[in-house]
Design a protein around this ligand. Structure first.
Ligand code: NAI
Length: 248
């Protein structure tokens, strides 16, 4: 997919691996300068090298997205470095899958903190320069688990369903400032997050995907590219499911 992101600056949380890295590379391949946010310094260096291969400036920021001061300092540092912020992709996310009866408070709180509080903090901070510039693009990475639920993921699906409500509300609040806010809801995508699942479960999932394959980070990146493109300027508050037809 080709869109024109020349001179745009994008911040991608969870950009150091998996779907986030796929998105960061796609943004850079289409001309954007990219700020990566993640928690692991070794992975950050590898990710930065991959993004820079596309010939664009890229900078890494180690930050826990769920901590207010860290989120705000990171956005300030990105603005100081690049001078503006056109695109925010909230992709950082975690799972702590446990059946409800055995779920510990910390397993609930950690998932809600990273998957829901994180996007809130980054959207609030990034919307300030976007409001001043009277333009911006925000894309939240939710999940089909937030749309249809999934056994063992009460915490995760609540966080992702919350992110859908957040996307719809903030799209209304920011529309007057020419900022669009959309979400992509991936189905089953091949990343480190899903690599830990038992093989038998992966085969079962694949059999439930009408298009007959597991998704790739690039499949999600293509949907993000559409939302951040100039061509999508009349699209906001939308949740685009990218799941090979699984939940239709
Ligand atoms: P991953 O586990 O491979 O990568 C997660 C990224 O988030 C990493 O870069 C990690 O450093 C970052 N991260 C985690 N906690 C963080 C924190 N507290 N602060 C800052 N960064 C943090 O995951 P994957 O598979 O690439 O998932 C990316 C997003 O896509 C997540 O939001 C996930 O919920 C969502 N998703 C993934 C699906 C899949 O099948 N892999 C399906 C549906 C949604």
């Amino acid at each position: 997919m080709k869109v024109d992101l020349q001179d745009k600056v994008a911040l991608v949380t969870g950009g150091t691996r998996g779907i986030g890295l796929g998105i960061a590379e796609a943004l850079a391949a289409n001309g954007a300068k990219v700020a990566l946010v993640g928690t692991n310094s070794e992975k950050m260096q590898t990710a930065l090298a991959a993004v820079r291969q596309h010939g664009q400036e890229a900078e890494g920021y180690l930050c826990n997205v769920a901590v207010t001061e860290e989120a705000e300092k990171t956005v300030e540092a990105v603005l100081a470095k690049f001078g503006k912020l056109d695109i925010l992709v909230n992709c950082a996310g975690i799972t702590r899958d446990v059946p409800l009866g055995a779920m510990k408070d910390a397993e609930w709180d950690d998932v809600i903190a990273v998957n829901l509080r994180g996007p809130f903090l980054f959207t609030r901070a990034c919307s300030k320069p976007m409001r001043r510039a009277k333009k911006g693009r925000i894309v939240n990475i939710t999940s089909i688990s937030g749309l249809i639920g999934n056994k063992g993921q009460a915490n995760y699906s609540a966080s992702k369903a919350g992110l859908i409500g957040f996307t719809r509300t903030v799209s209304k609040e920011l529309a007057g400032k020419n900022i669009t806010v959309n979400a992509v809801a991936p189905g089953f995508i091949e990343t480190d997050m899903t690599a830990v699942l038992p093989e038998v479960y992966k085969v079962e999932i694949k059999n439930r995907i009408p298009l007959g394959r597991i998704g790739l980070p690039q499949d999600i990146a293509n949907a993000v590219l559409f939302f951040v493109s100039d061509e999508a300027s009349f699209v906001t508050g939308q949740i685009l499911t990218v799941d090979g037809g699984m939940i239709r």
